[in-house]
Design a protein around this ligand. Structure first.
Ligand SMILES: Cc1ncc(COP(=O)(O)O)c(C=O)c1O
Length: 345
């Protein structure tokens, strides 16, 4: 029920993904991103067609995809205003463990041992639009960066009205909207990307985890406004866009059809309804197959019981976090629910 922290979207050793990877491995395993490869181009095209964003920079992880987004925002502002801007991120967010993404992360516990942090980030309270506006009035803001569902922060979905206000404010004030879909992306919430359920169009969307299906890949997708901000020599990656990882990612993204996404929503509802009414549950949060359960018992006890009974689960703060395979079979879901229910009692 954890998919290696949201990575093996179609389960461990999924046949279709495995065949795509092996077939590419037999052709070409690495070129560096000095050259385009067929899988890398096909994947970029697929993502553009499905999202409406224009260009993708491929990296190797979520943190690296976010590093790219941060660089795009900084350079966009420098090019436009001739001075440095700041990026507003949300309190309780999580954006990665590199120094810049750690600094972007709005949780002190991730900062404590790693000072000095990278400057240029201001944190605003999630769902508080007035606070966000006052921060933007007082600072030279290049971008606002959000997760639609704060994953590591406790699986909390942002309010739709707040996200739409942020989107409109960004448009009106030429502030870039960056959506970090490292965890929420690639079908996890029942949408291809979670922003699609919020009726907004971000300038930058980052993703990783489920995109790779089991091999490391990160993607920073860039919309019309920013697609050419990073020119030759301003960014790069030796391993980024690796053809084997990209071939696996194509096999994932091409299966995320509307029909399949509807089944993710259905399974998510089934899981949520079953757990909401179970003994030992205070509340269930999240979207699709990305759920957080506030337990009456200490969460560690629940995790250990599940582990002893053959069900791997995750935590997020003091909650139980579930990120099952998107194609989980009904009988597997039922078995997991029964073990988790026993663990919660
Ligand atoms: C929203 C979000 N952003 C960024 C990251 C960092 O991704 P990675 O561990 O692949 O660097 C994570 C990882 O949990 C995440 O949930």
């Amino acid at each position: 029920m954890g998919t290696g922290i949201g990575v093996t979207a179609f389960g461990a050793c999924d046949e279709e993904w495995k065949n795509a990877v092996i077939s590419q491995l037999n052709k070409l395993s690495h070129t560096s991103n000095l050259y385009y490869t067929e899988p890398c181009v096909t994947l970029a095209k697929l993502l553009a067609e499905k999202t409406g964003l224009k260009k993708t920079f491929f990296a190797n992880s979520g943190a690296e995809a976010n590093e790219c987004a941060i660089k795009v925002a900084r350079k966009y502002y420098e090019d436009k205003c001739g001075k440095q801007g700041v990026i507003v991120t949300l309190k309780n967010s999580f954006h990665g463990r590199t120094l810049a993404t750690l600094s972007a992360t709005g949780q002190d516990k991730f900062h404590e041992l790693f000072n000095p942090l990278v400057s240029g980030f201001v944190h605003s309270t999630a769902n508080d639009f007035d606070e966000l506006k006052s921060i933007c009035s007082a600072n030279p803001v290049s971008a606002i960066m959000i997760e639609i569902v704060q994953g590591e922060g406790g699986v909390n979905a942002l309010d739709k009205s707040y996200v739409q206000s942020v989107y409109n404010y960004c448009k009106e004030n030429d502030i870039l909207l960056i959506v970090d879909e490292v965890q929420t992306g690639n079908g996890r919430t029942g949408e291809l990307y979670a922003f699609m359920g919020y009726d907004i169009m971000p300038d930058v969307v980052t993703t990783a985890k489920g995109l790779g299906g089991g091999l490391p890949i990160g993607a920073c997708m860039l919309g019309e406004k920013v697609k050419d901000v990073l020119g030759f020599g301003t960014h790069g990656s030796t391993f980024g866009g690796n053809p084997v990882a990209a071939a696996g990612a194509i096999s994932i993204v091409s299966r995320l059809t509307d029909e399949f996404l509807a089944s993710v929503k259905e399974k998510g509802e089934y899981l949520k309804t079953n757990l909401e009414n179970a003994d030992g549950v205070e509340s269930v949060s999240g979207l699709g197959l990305m759920l957080g359960i506030k337990t009456k018992k200490p969460v560690k006890e629940v995790v250990n019981y599940c582990l002893e009974n053959g069900v791997l689960v995750l935590t997020a703060k003091d909650k139980l976090r579930l990120l099952p395979p998107l194609n989980i079979k009904q009988e597997e879901l039922e078995k997991a629910i029964s073990v988790i229910k026993n663990a919660l009692k």
